[in-house]
Write a protein that binds this ligand. Structure first.
Ligand code: CA
Length: 240
């Protein structure tokens, strides 16, 4: 199955570079240089024979902010959105992720990183045929993290690790979005409940406990990463 990607980016050079790189990977590319072009392509793509599987969205566009396309995209269930932007503002990143963007990359970024994030986003939206994650294993031999979401068993290397129910629920939430950033609000809502969205100190406390139990050096985590001001990301560890 050929996956169709809509790239909305006004920088002509970057658009051409990304378009060529993604086409080489086998993606079918549609490109838009403005908000209005992007919107028109999306409307056209609402027809079943012209579906779009993923959107790569720049924010600074000549006729407006890419953010307004997110609302339109949210109605298209199953179509992940990766935001690419030169903006570093943490507040906006958080808002975009909470509004339904799957991930963001701050320019300049490498093609390999973009491709990896795209694969993760597509996997999580079930565009490729894959069962829901029930087990997650990653890390170097001897310190391989093995998390079984069905039996609630967690091991590091050969050693079983005991987690409290809250620690496990937090870890499980990150496993379900492995590779993707999960915002503070998403974590607090899903693990503690909607009334706890301001309690970010819970996250600092419990992430500290998880790192102490799971990371070789909790002060230099390799898998349970902090996205400053935004949230946390569980990444595949070094395989060597
Ligand atoms: Ca731009």
């Amino acid at each position: 199955m050929t996956l169709r990607v809509l790239l909305v980016e006004d920088d002509r050079e970057l658009r051409a570079t990304l378009c060529a790189a993604l086409a080489v990977e086998g993606y079918e590319m549609l490109t838009a240089a403005s908000l209005s072009e992007g919107r028109a392509l999306l409307q056209h793509a609402d027809r079943p024979d012209a579906g779009i599987d993923l959107v790569v969205l720049d924010l600074g566009l000549p006729d407006g902010d890419g953010e307004v396309l997110l609302a339109q995209l949210r109605r298209r269930r199953g179509c992940p959105v990766l935001v690419i932007s030169a903006r570093q503002a943490e507040g906006q990143k958080v808002r975009l992720l909470d509004e339904g963007a799957d991930d963001y990359l701050v320019k300049p970024f490498g093609i390999a990183e973009l491709l990896a994030r795209m694969r993760v986003a597509l996997r999580h939206r079930g565009t490729t045929v894959q069962a829901a994650v029930t087990r997650w294993r990653s890390g170097p031999p001897g310190r391989r993290m093995d998390i079984d979401l069905l039996t609630h068993q967690v091991r590091v290397g050969d050693h079983p690790v005991h987690l409290t129910p809250t620690e496990f629920n937090l870890l499980a939430r990150l496993v379900r979005s492995a590779g993707q950033v999960v915002t503070h609000r998403q974590l607090l809502t899903d693990v503690w409940g909607a009334e706890f969205t301001e309690h970010t100190h819970y996250l600092r406390l419990y992430m500290g406990q998880l790192r102490a139990k799971l990371e070789a050096d909790p002060a230099e985590p390799q898998q349970l990463l902090t996205e400053p001001g935004v949230g946390y990301r569980l990444v595949e560890g070094d395989a060597d």
